[in-house]
Design a protein around this ligand. Sequence first.
Ligand code: AMP
Length: 216
Amino acid sequence: MQIIIFGAPGAGKGTQAKFLSQIFNIPHISTGDILRDSVKRATVLGNTAKETIESGELVSDDLMGALVKETLQNIDYVKGFILDGFPRTVNQAEILLSIFQSLKIDQPIFILLETDDDVIVSRLSSRRACSNCGTIVNLSNIKDSNVCPNCESINTLVKRKDDEADVIKHRLNIYNKTTLPVLNYYQDKFKIISVKGTDPIEVITKNILSEIEVSR
Ligand code: AMP
C-alpha cells in the first residue's frame, strides 16, 4: 500500500507515519529526516540544504524530486511505502506523479491530518529531539524534560532550530500558501482521507486505520 501523509508542520505526520510503517510493514520515507541526517553527516546535500532547513524555507523542488526518486529506487517498495513531507508544492506534486508513472507505482492513499495553527504553534514550541537517538518528544507528554524517554540519555533533548517561535510562524505561512494547494491538485486524482489531527495520538491512528479499511 502506498501512503502519502500530509499536513502542517507539527500535525503529527512523523508520529503517525512511524506507527503505520510498523503496522503495514512498509518503509517510512521522511524527506525531513533524510535532509536532517544529511546535514548531520555533512554530505553535499546536507551542506547545500542546511541554511534553508534552519530558516524554515523549502529546499528546491528539483533537489527534492531527485532525492525522492533516488530513495524510492533504492528501497524495496513491493509492499508499498509511506511518504512523509513530500510533496510540499504543486510542482512537487506533479513531479511525484511522473515518478510514480516512471517507476510503475500504483495510486497512493492520501491522508490529510487536519489541524489549526494555534495547536501547531503550541505543539512545536514544546517539541524536542534527542541528539543521541533522534527520538522526537513533546515536553508535555514526558515525565522528566532532561531525560530522553527512549535512550535515557541526560540533557540530550534539544529544540530544533526550525521549532523556534519566529521560524514556526514562517513555516506555517509557507504551508498555508504553498503546500496546502497540493490538496486541491490531488483532489480528483487520489483517494483522500481526512482525519482530525488534534485528537490524542492513539485516536488519530485508530481513525486512520478505519478510514483506510473503508477505502480499500
Ligand atoms: P519536516 O521534518 O518534514 O518538517 O522537514 C524539515 C525541513 O526540511 C522543512 O522545513 C524544509 O526546509 C525541508 N524539507 C523537507 N521536505 C521538503 C520538501 N518536500 N520540499 C522542500 N523542503 C523540504
